[in-house]
Design a protein around this ligand. Structure first.
Ligand code: SF4
Length: 430
């Protein structure tokens, strides 16, 4: 084991992959290997890939090919590829890109550490090297998914839903709080299914209450909720627990009954709207984020118009749109890909155009109000931060001029909003 080995871990894809890489980096450093932030400085490059839709797969393959070029030029001794792309296409990758030293699937920390010549430190599996700003960290509460969404390859890659125990998660969150984390971003493939496999019922509400008792944790933010089985007790916790942000990320994907049925989402347009109305009634100040797909095989122009009317009527504070990606071995694969890329993209652009006005409207209502801001970084002439309304990486931000006062990165400050654009707010220290 050459502990002088310099290792760089390159993470692609989603926040769940970020957590996997952070766990792996802890194992690597615990074996006294040197972690380097610069791939050009590394002896071994570990690429934690994404493989769930075409664009992500292409990005992963390009990254691997770039690494192969670096190795040919003598810049690298070893290339290790892990994560969702190699979990899904290991055989093909071994055949097509043999220059990679070894391919691993997802969460195979032991395999990778052994490959480096080290050994797995079981006692450290709940610990991570945080790659996000330390004051905000993802907490992955489960892996895999039991839902049958027709377009999705994640259950093929990550398997069935597996919850971590409340004890494991509380100890991981305590570790994060000891490392200055103030905001926990709760993630999984379907966070609302939390606990049903190990406790026989969904207990996300209990978990959030337990996490909120940890000193130092001030914001708990819920991502990846699933609409068809949204636990009622969770609504009360979000409404009443001061540490749980009045924020819910709940991908809905579509609203047309025909499309929802073909997507196998297990919910209808009527029940979706009833759930949204219930959430808004019982959680004053709620910020709802959702994600939609355009160009699903059986989406007609009429279905798309219905989707446009839906977002105009229900006014999500935050919205993201993906275009349909045909994925082999998913149940929608037999439907082919009849909607042209051009149509998919123009429908996506049309939805984001509607959303721009809705988001600007939401921001305009915040003029002259005082908001609590978590300061993330300094950029140019501004402190950049977020309110409870903004998840990291995907939502808007608050800009506070440096000249107006002082704030510490990773601290909370109150500020008065004086201006806005479609997505961001401009504020002054109050
Ligand atoms: S909920 Fe549906 S879209 Fe999300 S990971 Fe599970 S199967 Fe995929």
């Amino acid at each position: 084991m050459n502990t002088k080995e310099r290792v760089h871990v390159l993470t692609l894809g989603c926040s769940k992959n970020v957590v996997d890489s952070e766990r792996l980096m802890k194992q690597i450093s615990a074996n006294n290997f040197k972690l380097t932030d610069d791939p050009n400085n590394a002896d071994t490059l570990i690429i934690n890939t994404c493989g769930f839709i075409e664009a992500a797969k292409q990005e992963s393959i390009n990254t691997i090919l770039d690494a192969v070029e670096m190795k040919k030029k003598g810049g690298l001794k070893k290339i290790i590829v892990s994560g969702c792309l190699s979990e899904r296409y290991k055989k093909e990758l071994i055949n097509d890109i043999p220059e990679v030293d070894v391919y691993f699937g997802t969460e195979n920390y032991e395999g990778i550490v052994n490959e480096l010549g080290g050994e797995l430190k079981k006692e450290l599996l709940g610990e991570r090297i945080i790659t996000t700003p330390s004051h905000t960290a993802y907490l992955k509460i489960s892996e895999g998914c039991d839902n049958p969404c027709s377009f999705c390859s994640i259950p093929l890659i990550r398997g069935a839903h597996k919850s971590k125990t409340i004890e494991e998660l509380v100890s991981e969150a305590e570790f994060l709080a000891r490392n200055n984390t103030k905001e926990l971003v709760i993630i999984g493939q379907d966070t609302t299914d939390y606990g049903k496999d190990i406790y026989g019922k969904r207990v996300l509400a209990d978990l959030l209450n337990r996490l909120s008792r940890i000193d130092g944790i001030e914001w708990i933010r819920l991502m990846y909720a699933y609409p068809s089985h949204f636990p009622d007790d969770l609504i009360d916790v979000i409404a009443n627990n001061p540490k749980v942000c009045k924020y819910i990320d709940m991908p809905l994907q579509h609203i047309s009954d025909d499309v929802l049925k073909s997507m196998r989402r297990g919910i209808t347009a009527r029940r979706t709207k009833e759930l949204i109305n219930k959430l808004r009634e019982r959680i004053p100040g709620l910020v709802l984020r959702t994600t939609l797909i355009t160009g699903y095989p059986n989406e007609t122009e009429k279905d798309f118009e219905e989707l446009c009317d839906f977002i105009k009527e229900f006014k999500f504070e935050r919205l993201g749109v993906f275009t349909f990606s045909v994925e082999e071995r998913t149940s929608s694969f037999i439907l082919g890909d009849p909607v042209s890329e051009e149509t998919k993209e123009s429908r996506k652009a049309a939805l984001m155009n509607i959303q721009k006005d809705i988001s600007a409207g939401t921001n305009s209502n915040l003029i002259d109000t005082t908001v609590k801001v978590l300061v993330d970084r300094i950029e140019g002439e501004y402190y950049i931060g977020r309110t409870y309304r903004d998840a990291p990486e995907v939502d808007g931000e608050v800009l506070i001029a440096l000249k107006d006062g002082e704030a510490e990165i990773g601290s909370f400050t109150d500020a008065v909003v004086y201006d806005y654009d479609e997505y961001d707010l401009y504020a002054k220290f109050s």
